[in-house]
Design a binder for this molecule. Sequence first.
Ligand code: HEC
Ligand code: HEC
Length: 367
Amino acid sequence: MHAHTGHRPTTGLKGLLVAATALGILAVSAGSAPAADPPAAGGDALMGRARELFKPLPATLPVVRNNAVTREKIELGKMLFFDPRLSASGIFSCNSCHNLGLGGVDGLETSVGHGWQKGPRNAPTVLNAVLNVAQFWDGRAEDLKAQAKGPIQAGVEMNSTPDRVMAVLNSIPAYQAKFADAFPNEKNPVSFDNVAMAIEAFEATLTTPAAPFDQYLEGKADALTDTQKAGLELFIDKGCSGCHNGVNVGGHDYFPFGVVTKPGAEILPPGDKGRFAVTKTADDEYVFRAPTLRNVALTAPYFHSGKVWDLRQAVAVMGSSQLGATLSDQEIDKITAFLTALTGQQPRVDYPLMPASTPATPQPVFK
Ligand code: HEC
Ligand code: HEC
């Protein structure tokens, strides 16, 4: 079984889970500095400050709420993640828009799905998404299992229905067997809920530990270049870390896009009011989840609108919109250099072999 990512041992999953529980990986929350770790040997003042704001990404599998992650679930979830038959057209899989060879994104301004329709938002990465407080730019899905049901049914994405997905999976005996393995002791293992549970289990494996910044936080002073260290210092001193902090360097809280100065309509289209659609509270107009900045160098274009293609420009926009600061070119260069140190080990995922359709499998529909 190779659903597990390459950089983790494929044995001892239980041990990893126990270790992850002990570390309380999911316990990082907004603003709370991690319990004072002893200063690392060879550390400096900057490292000490960084260790109060950020946490290294563990190489262990994170704990998932209300979903015991097993090898069988991961394996099934990987097949489902890559299986385009979850879409009505048989063309789109989760991987179409969250390409695991491309940092977990599609590299498009906004995603293109069923019938060549262009969706309203940029696709965020699935890498480390398990560590986010909630899913989507507006946090409308509380976790990955709730999230996974969305795209399968979204008209502009996969345009399928739970009934159709059940018909597809039930028409393929090998899939029925995989569900029975992954959900033992369940009367009806093939269910739409279990599709979401299996996908969530697989997504939990998509973390990217051992970025240079993680190594630095773990005490390796020379894991960052001098320029990256200068960028880290600016990232803290200018206030970026007020919103992008914790283990995911973001992903845990919501803020207005345009705290100080609202970006222009080309970057912040007026029609998308973000979290307002979820809470219906006026204060939440144009509020979005501060995204994780892990692997951000791999995931252009930027912002929920996908309008900014250059990471340097995204940094400059953040300076003016969120902090009221006009960053100099040198400052932008340093911060951007720091952000590249957030690129971790990418999960190495063997392409899954999916069982063949049968004559009973619903045929693709394009309308
Ligand atoms: C047609 C492209 C497309 C397909 C197919 C697609 N997604 Fe997405 N995904 C998106 C877009 C766009 C968003 C952001 C939508 C929003 O925030 O309103 C998103 C958001 C997400 C998120 C939230 C990440 C975060 O940080 O908030 C996850 C997780 C995710 N998708 C997983 C999946 C899974 C699992 C599947 C397959 C069942 C899937 N996606 C299929 C485009 C797609
Ligand atoms: C007040 C909170 C806040 C502060 C301060 C802040 N950000 Fe952000 N950041 C956000 C939010 C919210 C978004 C999402 C905006 C959107 O697309 O709707 C974001 C998005 C980003 C993105 C785009 C990521 C992506 O995947 O598209 C980058 C890069 C970024 N911030 C870097 C920075 C840097 C560098 C600083 C400091 C100069 C900074 N941020 C300061 C809240 C903040």
